[in-house]
Write a protein that binds this ligand. Structure first.
Ligand code: CP
Ligand code: NVA
Length: 306
C-alpha cells in the first residue's frame, strides 16, 4: 500500500529539505513499488521533459532518460554547445524560453545559484540533477538502498568519510528528515556547508548529526564516501590527495565496522577515496545505489511532472 502524501505536483525539487518527512516517505514508497513492479503507470504521457547538463554524467543522464521514457514522456537532452546557460544567454532568458516548450526541466548546473535562478524564472518545475551544493536525486536512491539492505532508516547509522561536498550536504538533509544517525568525517577545512548543517539542525532533532575531523566508524551500518575532488575541482586534485590522506575507505577501516555496507555515489577514483578491495567486496552496494536512481527519479517525476 502506498502512503498518501501531500502533493508536490508542479513544485521544484532543488534540495532534499524541500520535502517534508511525509513527502519523502511517499516518494520512497512509490519508488519501491515501481521497482517491485507493483506500479507501472504512465502519468507523463503526452508531455515533454528537457534535460540540461553543464557537467558530464553517466548515471544521472541515462537513469532520467530511461525513467522519462517509461513514464510516457518525450525527452530533449541539452549538453555541451547547446544553450550555454549564462554565456550565450542569461539564465533568466534561457529559462523563459525553455519553459514555453517543455513541461518540466531536469538540470545539472555548475553553480547552485544558477539553478535557483533557473527555477525562479521557469514557470515549469525544475529538478536538481546535481550542483556544487547538493545532489538530492542521488540521495533519494541511497535512502531506497539503505531501506533495502537495512530496513528502518531510523535504526541506521551512516558514516560519511571524505569531502564535505554536495553528497555530504544532501545526506545531512536526508538524515534530518528521515531520522537516521549520520556522522560526517572530513579533513579540517573540508567541512560540509554551514548553512546546510544549520538548516538540518532546525528541521531535525539535531541529535543524530555528528561532524568530526577524526575517522570513526563506531556502530556504523553504512560507510559512504565520494571523490576527494568533485567535477570542477580537477585542478585541486593533487593538494586534495595530500589533505585527504588518512581518510581512505580501505579494508582495514571496513574490518573495524563489521556490520556496515559500503556506499559510493560513483564515479569512484579507485585508489584514492576507496580501494578496489572494498568497492568490489561483498559489502559494497554501489551498483544497487546506481540502479535505484531509476526508480527514485521515476517516483519523483511522476509526482512532480505528472
Ligand atoms: N552519481 C552520479 O550522479 O553519477 P553521474 O555523474 O555519472 O551522473
Ligand atoms: N561529488 C561528486 C558527485 C558526482 C556524482 C561531484 O560533484 O563530482
Amino acid at each position: 500500500m502506498i502512503a498518501p502524501m501531500e502533493s508536490i505536483k508542479g513544485h521544484d525539487f532543488i534540495d532534499v529539505a524541500d520535502l517534508d518527512s511525509r513527502q519523502l516517505r511517499g516518494l520512497l514508497d512509490l519508488a519501491h513499488a515501481i521497482k517491485a513492479g507493483r506500479w507501472a503507470e504512465k502519468p507523463l504521457q503526452g508531455k515533454h521533459i528537457a534535460m540540461l547538463f553543464q557537467r558530464p554524467s553517466h548515471r544521472t543522464r541515462v537513469s532520467f532518460e530511461v525513467g522519462i521514457a517509461r513514464l510516457g514522456a518525450a525527452i530533449t537532452t541539452l549538453t555541451g554547445q547547446d544553450v550555454q546557460l549564462g554565456f550565450r544567454e542569461s539564465v533568466a532568458d534561457a529559462a523563459r524560453v525553455l519553459d514555453r516548450y517543455v513541461d518540466g526541466i531536469v538540470a545539472r548546473l555548475r553553480s547552485h545559484a544558477d539553478l535557483l535562478q533557473l527555477a525562479h524564472w521557469s514557470e515549469k518545475p525544475v529538478i536538481n540533477a546535481l550542483t556544487d551544493r547538493s545532489h538530492p536525486c542521488q540521495i533519494l536512491a541511497d535512502l531506497m538502498t539503505l531501506e533495502e539492505v537495512g530496513g528502518d532508516l531510523a535504526k541506521q547509522h551512516v558514516v560519511y568519510i571524505g569531502d564535505g561536498n554536495n553528497i555530504a550536504n544532501s545526506l545531512i538533509e536526508a538524515s534530518a528528515l528521515s531520522g537516521f544517525a549520520l556522522t560526517v568525517v572530513t579533513p579540517p577545512g573540508y567541512d560540509p556547508q554551514a548553512s546546510v548543517v544549520e538548516k538540518a539542525r532546525s528541521i531535525g532533532s539535531g541529535n543524530q548529526l555528528t561532524l568530526t575531523n577524526h575517522v570513526t566508524v563506531d556502530n556504523a551500518t553504512a560507510i559512504y564516501t565520494d571523490v576527494w575532488a568533485s567535477m570542477g575541482q580537477e585542478d585541486e586534485r593533487a593538494p586534495r590527495r595530500a589533505a585527504f590522506t588518512g581518510y581512505q575507505v580501505n579494508q582495514r577501516l571496513m574490518d573495524s565496522a563489521p556490520g556496515a555496507v559500503f556506499m559510493h555515489c560513483l564515479p569512484a577514483h579507485r585508489g584514492e577515496e576507496v580501494t578496489d578491495e572494498v568497492i568490489d567486496g561483498p559489502r559494497s552496494v554501489v551498483f544497487q545505489q546506481a540502479e535505484n536512481r531509476l526508480y527514485a527519479q521515476m517516483a519523483l517525476m511522476a509526482e512532480i511532472f505528472g
